[in-house]
Design a protein around this ligand. Structure first.
Ligand code: NDP
Ligand code: HSE
Length: 436
């Protein structure tokens, strides 16, 4: 059979890693795919730049449009990133009848509904395993391995850069900015690293996971996102003292009222496996009604781990080339006409437990005032600790864990606590999940 010809758009971290893996494992890959897969063309902005891969035998261009318009190319790998130009390229490639493999979660989360509709109409595949959790085959696991289940919830550490920063800060006491610079140098971070540290990248990934888990359209605009920039050393230490670890989680949960979609720092019990996922590693817990809880772990970013997912998609596409397009695995796991309009809940409607830290005057009655406000909002306290006053300070840190409550009740309670004259500054709140 004729070899399958691949055009690679972007030769950076992921593109370079993909070229390396496709070339190094070419023989093994051909044995799996049933056909030889060769990269004939590739593009980058600056062809003089030093690359992590060799490009011998590959025709290079600075213009990716030439590749998507080349009738010889069967599969286009979109590894440029961003949403505007990438969308233009992908839609044009689909119109030209090319199959697409992309690692671009922003593109899929924001424009996936349109892209999949156009791909479906044209009978081409858009594969995106690398878009979520780097090298972990989580899309395949949920879309195919768990397809007999009703997925109840999933929770994951789905940003490698953020987890790397939190781990280095906790274990080595390093500065946030210093660790972020290292993550950028290692190729983990997004072109705009605020996407990593403000939870936007994790929000893109959660959007995709929720869609394939619950059979709903991609709805990034409904995801609540909170980053890691406000986590303090004190909170990390108090959490540890209480038996918890702070992780940046993406959580999607099906409830009777609708679906919770949220990304935020979260206290989780230290005994959970996922609490011990450190550095650039990612992990996703998925709870299905039949299988129970399942856990997927692996490198969440970096050249070859991500290439592993890109190449697996390329092989899947090649295997599907000879099959009937009607019988392919649907892009979003459920048949396009069977997507559900189950609502995504506003963050105020979410139910979770909380860690609260506040600075209060060290005198009788203060704690009673705080607990009275919480009780008035039907918020039960699970644990409470009062620390020694800091040197030269009259206020004492009070740390509380609450039971599960409605977020809008917690918002109202916090606003009232912050009004107390005996409480100074803001109440620091971190959500808590037992993931049981
Ligand atoms: P890089 O910045 O390392 O690489 C981007 C590549 O695209 C470069 O080769 C660059 O050219 C080229 N490029 C950028 N802009 C243009 C443009 N306007 N026109 C033509 N070519 C362009 O990014 P990554 O490899 O890190 O990321 C690529 C995609 O993969 C993104 O969507 C990212 O979110 C995703 N991803 C990244 C992971 C990672 O670990 N880095 C993991 C999983 C997904 P040049 O090299 O000449 O500048
Ligand atoms: N910037 C992303 C991360 C790359 O750190 O997780 C992988 O998607």
């Amino acid at each position: 059979m004729k070899p399958v010809k691949v055009g690679v758009l972007g030769l950076g971290t992921v593109g370079g890693g993909t070229v390396n893996v496709l070339q190094r494992n070419a023989a093994e890959i051909a044995r799996r795919a049933g056909r030889e897969i060769i990269i004939t063309r590739a593009s980058a902005r600056d062809l003089g730049r030093k690359r992590i891969c060799t490009t011998q035998g590959i025709a290079l261009t600075t213009d990716p449009r030439q590749i998507i318009d080349d009738p010889d190319i069967d599969i286009v790998l979109e590894l440029i990133g961003g949403t505007d130009f990438a969308k233009e390229l992908v839609l044009k490639a689909i119109a030209n009848g090319k199959h697409i493999v992309t690692a671009n979660k922003a593109l899929i989360a924001l424009h996936g509904n349109e892209i999949f509709a156009k791909a479906g109409a044209k009978g081409v595949i858009v594969a995106f395993e690398a878009a979520v959790a780097g090298g972990i085959p989580i899309i395949k696991a949920i879309r195919e391995g768990l397809s007999g289940n009703q997925i109840q919830w999933l929770a994951g550490i789905i940003n490698g850069t953020g987890n790397f920063i939190l781990t280095e800060m906790r274990d080595k006491g390093r500065d946030f900015a210093d660790v972020l610079a290292e993550a950028q140098a290692l190729g983990y971070a997004e072109a705009d690293p605020t996407f990593d540290v403000e939870g936007i990248d994790a929000g893109h990934k959660l959007t995709i996971l929720a869609s394939i888990a619950f059979g709903i359209p991609l709805q990034f605009d409904k995801v609540y996102t909170e980053g890691i920039t406000r986590i303090t050393r004190a909170d990390v230490e108090y959490a540890e003292e209480l038996g918890y670890r702070i992780k940046h989680l993406g959580i999607a949960r099906r409830t009777f009222e609708g679906i919770e979609l949220r990304v935020h720092p979260t206290l989780i019990p230290q005994r959970r496996l996922i609490a011990n996922v450190d550095g650039v590693m990612n992990a996703v817990l998925v709870k299905g009604d039949a299988v129970g809880a399942t856990l997927y772990y692996g490198a969440g970013a970096g050249a070859e781990p991500t290439a592993s997912a890109v190449v697996a998609d390329v092989i899947d596409v090649v295997r599907a080339l000879t099959g009937d397009p009607e019988n392919r695995v649907p892009h979003l796991a459920f048949q396009p006409e069977a997507l559900s309009d189950i609502p995504v809940l506003a963050q105020g409607q979410v139910r979770t437990a909380y860690y609260l830290r506040l600075a209060a005057e060290d005198k009788p009655g203060v704690l009673a005032d705080v607990t009275r406000i919480l009780a008035a909002h039907q918020i039960s306290i699970e644990a409470i600790i009062q620390k020694e006053p800091h040197e030269n300070k009259t206020s004492v840190p009070i740390i509380m864990l609450t039971q599960t409550t409605l977020e809008q009740e917690m918002n109202a309670a916090i606003a009232e606590i912050e009004q107390l004259t005996t409480v100074s500054g803001k109440v620091n709140r971190i959500r808590l999940e037992t993931l049981g």
